[in-house]
Design a protein around this ligand. Structure first.
Ligand code: NAD
Length: 258
């Protein structure tokens, strides 16, 4: 089979968390364009349903929307059960839901810290282990986690210590699961995007000065587009990545190179 065929996902089934909008919406679209049936998992079920409809019309794949708070163990278990029941299996997943709270460390409340760690890191443990248990029992699979360049560097000028710590945690969790499951055909990798111009970021006028500062520091002089993350996730979910596990893929236009 040629390399392009090995990168296709025909007949595969998977889900993306935080997929109603932003990066997750694009990676769900990418999986569907490559031939997979996909569940759009999000807290915001109205937008998730609209996104599922859009992707189904565009790709002709079976796309379903599932409401789930990824920090709630029972809801994540129910979501995985629903994916398996409605799509007929689970071959890959993208644990992508995340939030950021900007606050100086000496002003950040413990509640704010816990919220970020819970949504960004604890949820990835829940999603990966619950999806992973199904994959381990059914011949294997591919798990992709969204980390961030913030797990590698400390962003400036905005203070975001909880976010940075949570994303470093996602990378080390990714590597730990990859090693534990390496002989069992469950691969686990992470992506670390740089600043990505999702609708939320580009449409907020108060962020314009910050974006200008980030762009001034960026070798390419611009934000990434969410579409520029589509190729890597399809590769990671596919058979072409059969020797790729425990890796983190920094996609940041060289932002973290110096
Ligand atoms: P976004 O805010 O546009 O989308 C996040 C989605 O996650 C939303 O639809 C939201 O409803 C959902 N969500 C939030 N909490 C949830 C929960 N508890 N359960 C289920 N769904 C929940 O964000 P985005 O920019 O697309 O970011 C997606 C991921 O990429 C995040 O993990 C983020 O940290 C990471 N990331 C983003 C950037 C960037 O510049 N945008 C850069 C690096 C990493």
């Amino acid at each position: 089979m040629g390399i392009i065929e090995r990168m296709r996902l025909d007949g595969k089934k998977g889900f993306v968390t935080g997929a109603a909008r932003g990066i997750g919406k694009r990676t769900a679209t990418a999986f569907a364009e490559a031939g997979a049936d996909v569940a759009i998992v999000d807290l915001d079920i109205e937008v998730a349903q609209q996104t599922a409809k859009e992707i189904a019309e565009k790709t002709g794949r079976k796309i379903i929307a599932i409401k789930c708070d990824v920090t709630n163990e029972a809801e994540v278990q129910k979501m995985v059960d629903t994916v398996v029941a409605e799509l007929g299996g689970l071959d890959f997943c993208h644990a992508n839901a995340g939030i950021c709270i900007n606050a100086p460390a000496d002003e950040m409340t413990y509640q704010q810290w816990l919220k970020v760690i819970n949504v960004n890191l604890n949820s990835v443990f829940l999603t990966d282990t619950i999806a992973g248990k199904y994959m381990l029992a059914h011949g294997g699979g591919s798990i992709i986690n969204t980390a961030s360049m913030s797990g590698h560097i400390v962003n400036v000028p905005q203070p975001q210590c909880a976010y940075n710590a949570s994303k470093a945690g996602v990378m080390q969790l990714t590597k730990s699961l990859a090693v534990e499951w390496a002989k069992k055909n469950v691969r686990v990798n992470s992506i670390s995007p740089g600043y990505i111009g999702t609708e939320l970021i580009t449409s907020a006028p108060q962020l314009k000065p910050l974006i200008e500062q980030w762009n001034a520091m960026a070798p390419m002089g611009r934000l990434g587009a969410p579409e520029e993350l589509m190729g890597i996730v399809v590769y990671l979910a596919s058979e072409a990545a059969s020797f790729t596990t425990g890796s983190d893929f920094v996609i940041d236009g060289a932002f973290t190179c110096f």
